[in-house]
Design a protein around this ligand. Structure first.
Ligand code: ADP
Ligand code: ZN
Length: 720
């Protein structure tokens, strides 16, 4: 090649042509450095005819500067990037950036230096040094990461290095990961499991695109089934990507993986240390990493020999990314498998309606595991009608739930109370003047967290101390908490049963792998009587002594106009119910509600999943919602309210008039102020046949907006 077209990582420009200097060997997919004005940009060599660029005459081309020493991005991944950008109406280079994961890794392996405590006592202990020592217990990291971890300046840390309090450690970025052993501890599979595993193994061996929907009730042993597929891939020297919806689930997964394969898998997620990212990325690219476990961001990694993708808890909302490139990792995983010509397994006890429909249509192959492994039975589900079985004032546990808890405590069994709300109370107000604490950056109430004595915004991270007096009327001791959060439920349990050992399980209390591991060990070891938790504990865990699940407020998720509210509520409650009775002792689930007649609740009570999905399908068909019709959202935001409104009106004014498309809005978005930006939204509902993306591209492409305005397109939005 004498000239190349690059996809470059620049916010304004995305396609540029360059000359290849003589003697330099360049291939499609190479990652290169090129000059741009006085600076340099990173780019990927792309097929010229697949990128729109202006033809620059040969004589005007500047030469490439460097081809980076990493393998070229393979064609299937380049096609996936194009597909994702096209489908989600996102800039191609924003999508492509996701696969580079670690920029530093592009420069090669070698070593890097991290620091840890030397054990030497500091002669002078300033508050900053104390903070650094505190943050560092058992950790090692680069100076920059330590500075962030301890909130001290890099200067302080360098001083500590010079004083010998911190000592350098050389980290080898290319040190090998231990090899997973496919036969380390192979379990005896049930007949059902074996049948499922055999199909997966055959598909891995065949190396053809195929989508499996592994639909098995909670506790049916789905994990063991797809572990056999992973084992088959390892034997074939193929790489595997396992996607989990959140890192909190990883702890449990890691232990099981290690028990099965003898070593932990390679982890990929956003909170890895820089050196871990570099090492993992390089191992993925070189093919050294056999099994990679990650959240959404692992999906675009440039695997060398990908042979299988597993998406566990495939129905989970968190696979949908809601900022930057707004994509659904579950859907893109299937597309990646198609481009790579490999099988993909979507595992869930409560699949999304979309997935079930595709299975019914024969696009996905459905594999059922209808019963729990080892003869464990599904829990008995009981609806508690809060209108009849009323909790005491300022209490949230109905008498029947209190009784059930009491029984479990007397028998030494475990209970789980589920409320998807962190903190103590969702709203705090002044009893005297009615003042409500609101986030300064978002249109949301501040949530009181009593454990950390703060009022926090769950959207932007804003937090302030709880004041002694009302900031408005200055009356002291006038603040009242409205409604329950998990901390308040824990208080209630504790006042009812002072002896009970209670653990609050949320992302606030279980915010590190160590804390999660400790919690799991205590819960499994019978050191906890009552777990009060958010959706964090609804999935993945297997606590054999847990025989009671109480759903505090089944109606909470049904409020608001979200089209997926019913499905999400069903999934959440079915999942949390799935924690009960997984061992020898049978489980019981009590669902507190004021709407026992709602289709979701009735289906849960009757254990009739098909009835729920049928009702849901009908509601969606009527609403023209997926999978029968399509939705998209356009979100317009600006720090200036008037500017955001004007831009939204401008978009609304230019709306296309098409027979198979309905456009709603603009109207203030549900969170009309988020992180300091005012937001307006237009909703687009289209027939399945409509060329939705082309319509949106044409519509928005003809418009120009002031600099402070951001316009985001959300295809197949999750929450609206
Ligand atoms: P699911 O993911 O479908 O909820 P799991 O894979 O967590 O189910 O399995 C439920 C429990 O049964 C786990 O404790 C698991 O270790 C156990 N189990 C599943 N299959 C087997 C098997 N073939 N042999 C032994 N234990 C198994
Ligand atoms: Zn906020």
């Amino acid at each position: 090649m004498s000239r190349v077209r690059l996809l470059v990582f620049n916010p304004v420009l995305s396609v540029l042509d360059y000359r290849v200097p003589p003697g330099v060997d360049v291939q499609l997919g190479n990652v290169v450095i090129a000059p741009l004005g006085p600076r340099q940009v990173l780019g990927i060599v792309w097929e010229p005819d697949r990128l729109d660029g202006t033809e620059v005459p040969e004589s005007k081309l500047r030469p490439l500067l460097e081809v980076l020493p990493v393998p070229p991005i393979a064609e299937p991944l380049r096609r996936l990037i194009e597909w994702t950008a096209d489908y989600y109406c996102a800039p191609l280079n924003s999508v492509a950036r996701m696969m580079l994961g670690s920029m530093a890794a592009l420069r090669g392996g070698g070593t890097t230096t991290e620091y840890r405590l030397s054990g030497l006592e500091p002669a002078r202990l300033t508050p900053q040094r104390a903070a650094a020592l505190d943050a560092l217990q058992g950790e090692q990291a680069s100076i920059r990461e330590l500075a962030e971890l301890a909130s001290v300046s890099e200067g302080v840390l360098r001083g500590m290095v010079n004083a010998g309090i911190l000592e350098p450690v050389t980290v080898d970025l290319d040190r090998a990961y231990p090899r997973a052993q496919p036969d380390h501890a192979q379990p005896e599979l049930s007949e059902e499991q074996q049948a499922a595993a055999d199909q997966f193994i055959a598909a891995v061996g065949a190396g053809k695109f195929q989508t499996f929907l592994l639909d098995g009730v909670t506790g049916s042993g789905k994990t063991e089934c797809y572990f056999e597929a992973i084992a088959a891939a390892i034997r074939d020297r193929k790489q595997v990507l396992v996607m989990l919806p959140e890192i909190a689930l990883t702890e449990n997964f890691l232990r099981r993986f290690e028990a099965r394969f003898g070593v932990p898998p390679v982890l990929w997620h956003s909170s890895l240390k820089q050196s871990e990212r570099r090492r993992a990325w390089r191992a993925i690219v070189s093919g050294e990493a056999q099994v990679v476990v990650g959240a959404r961001s692992a999906l675009f990694m440039p695997f060398k020999r990908l042979g299988l993708i597993v998406v566990d808890e495939a129905h989970e909302v968190s696979f949908k990314q809601d900022d930057g490139v707004r994509y659904n990792a579950r859907d893109v995983a299937v597309i990646r498998a198609r481009f790579e010509a490999i099988p993909v397994i979507l595992a869930s006890a409560t699949p999304a309606l979309e997935s079930l429909q595709l299975a019914e249509a024969g696009v996905y192959q459905k594999i059922d595991l209808p019963s729990r492994f080892g003869g464990a039975t599904l829990p008995h589900i009981e609806v508690v009608d809060l209108r009849k079985d009323e909790p005491a004032r300022q209490h949230w546990l109905a008498p029947s739930l209190v009784k059930a808890l009491e029984d479990r405590l007397a028998r030494g069994e475990q209970s789980l109370l589920f409320l998807n709300r962190r903190g103590y109370a969702p709203l705090t107000l002044c009893r005297h003047c009615g003042y409500r604490f609101q986030c300064p950056n978002c249109s949301a109430w501040l949530v009181e967290h009593r454990l950390s004595r703060r009022l926090a915004c769950h959207h932007c991270g804003h937090a302030s101390e709880v004041p002694e007096a009302c900031p408005e009327c200055h009356t002291p001791d006038c603040l009242v908490a409205c409604g329950p959060g998990v901390e308040r439920i824990a208080d209630e349990v504790s006042s009812l049963f002072p002896e009970a050992r209670i653990a609050i399980a949320t992302s606030d209390t279980l915010n590190s792998p160590e804390k999660i591991a400790d919690f799991v060990a205590r819960a499994e070891g019978g050191a906890i009587d009552v777990i009060v938790g958010t959706q964090l504990v609804t999935k993945g865990y297997h606590f054999p002594e847990l025989t009671l699940v109480g759903v505090i407020d089944a109606d909470m998720g049904l409020e608001g106009g979200d089209l997926r509210a019913a499905e999400r509520t069903y999934q959440q409650i079915a999942q949390v119910a799935g924690r009960a009775g997984r061992g020898v002792k049978p489980g019981e689930v009590l669902i507190q509600t004021r709407h026992p007649e709602a289709a979701v609740i009735a289906a849960l009570a009757a254990g009739d999943r098909d009835a729920f999905y049928a009702a849901e399908a009908e509601a969606r068909r009527d609403a023209g919602a997926p999978p029968f019709g399509r939705w998209a959202a356009i979100i317009v935001s600006s720090e200036d309210e008037a500017e955001a409104r004007a831009a939204a009106r401008q978009i609304g004014g230019a709306r296309p008039d098409l027979p198979d498309v309905m456009i709603l809005g603009p109207a203030p978005a549900p969170l009309s102020l988020l992180r300091g930006r005012y937001r307006y939204r237009l909703l687009i509902n289209a027939r399945r046949s409509a060329q939705l993306q082309d319509i949106i591209r044409q519509w928005l492409g003809a418009l120009a907006f002031p600099q402070g305005v951001r316009v985001a397109v959300d295809i197949d939005p999750y929450s609206f």
